[in-house]
Design a protein around this ligand. Sequence first.
Ligand code: GLN
Length: 202
Amino acid sequence: MSAAPTIGVLALQGDVAEHIAVLRSLGVHAVKVLSPERLDAVDGLILPGGESTTMSKLALRYGLMEPLRERVEAGMPAYGTCAGMIMLADEILGGTHDQRTVGGIDMTVRRNAFGRQTESFEARVHVDGIGEDPFDAIFIRAPWVERVGPEVTILGRVTGPDEAGRIVAVQKGGLMATSFHPELTGDARIHRLFVDIVKGHA
Ligand code: GLN
């Protein structure tokens, strides 16, 4: 693979432009993915935050759900943030009856997990693989991970306003997911970690 990989951002819905901007700041060729053809052309994919129920519907409507499943299964690196984390979960709690996910990470993710009073909050999270400094993480109606399978590595946990030690960052091979929104903080360390995974994937 060339030094500058092409990384797509799934552009069905959500905070697409912010991810593209961070990727470009890292010298990555970043493109929006809204068709199976575009998906074929990327070396890795970010699934952004937004609304996972809407993303699920639109992925089906755009004929992207099956191609996404196939590429993830075939080993394409992918990174899901917030709603994107939900999309990469093999199992979800609190979803709508017709909600589908791409899957790929053997984990159970609970939607809107931090409670209704807690629409959003910020916390400093230690994330394995990005150095000692904690990450200023922004959580917006965020999910948490309730269960991980044996092959999933936990990268970070947060003590929420009313909860203890919830899993909010995970990795399984080339797949990563965080409950929070690293594209909103001006700290590119987690994106860089993903870019390195994509480069190493070759
Ligand atoms: N609560 C949203 C969902 O279930 C996720 C929120 C977000 O991505 N900021 O999809």
